[in-house]
Write a protein that binds this ligand. Structure first.
Ligand code: HEC
Length: 181
């Protein structure tokens, strides 16, 4: 074996190493990067498909449970979910502008259509009562089931724990959060 062959051999090993490293890196990073996007897409598109399959039986057992879950809900996890799922349409800061949807500051315990000047659908604005924990639980599970005809184009959050986390975070968007259930 002369030295060029040794060099070729070394180069081959090096290239193999680089390729191996790159594929590993790419797959880790690509999978990692696309995951949130994928989930958002799934949730938005899931409205119709989920209806037919899993949602119906799961819902009746999930929905009543929010009261007891609020005590151990995690507002920080809720904030992460809201940043991922909601801020494309909603601002959360006090006095924040409306986007596609209304600003959400003070919505927990607030009136339906609580943001001054936002053009709500009759489905939301016309619904009796205020935004209680149970209402928000049902709304976030499936907006179109809670208020048929709503303009909130969001499929819903399947996990009741995640809904509790989101509601716990929304509750904190207030100078004077309402009492836990
Ligand atoms: C695609 C845009 C969009 C996304 C995503 C979205 N919303 Fe909405 N949301 C709206 C619109 C539009 C309305 C007004 C609905 C109506 O008037 O029918 C609304 C209304 C609401 C209301 C009622 C507000 C009030 O003042 O009565 C709440 C609460 C709410 N959204 C929470 C959320 C949360 C929490 C998320 C994330 C988990 C979310 N929304 C995701 C568009 C969106």
């Amino acid at each position: 074996m002369d030295s060029t062959e040794v060099n070729k051999g070394m180069a081959a090993i090096l290239i193999a190493g680089i390729v191996f490293f790159l594929t590993g890196w790419l797959s880790v990073n690509l999978i990692h990067d696309t995951k949130p996007e994928h989930e958002v897409l799934k949730i938005e598109g899931a409205a119709a498909t989920a209806e037919a399959s899993a949602a119906a039986p799961a819902k009746s057992e999930e929905l009543p449970a929010i009261g007891s879950l609020m005590a151990k809900a995690d507002p920080a996890a809720g904030e992460g979910l809201v940043k991922k799922l909601c801020v494309s349409c909603h601002t959360v800061a006090e006095g924040g502008k409306a986007g596609v949807g209304p600003n959400l500051y003070g919505v927990v315990g607030g009136a339906r259509g609580h943001m001054e000047g936002f053009n709500y659908s009759a489905a939301v604005k016309g619904k009796a009562g205020n935004w209680s924990y149970d209402d928000l639980n049902a709304w976030l599970a499936k907006p179109t089931a809670f208020a048929p005809g709503t303009r909130m184009a969001f499929g819903g959050i399947k996990s009741v724990e995640q809904r509790a986390d989101v509601i716990a975070y929304l509750r904190g968007l207030s100078h004077n959060p309402i009492a836990l259930p």
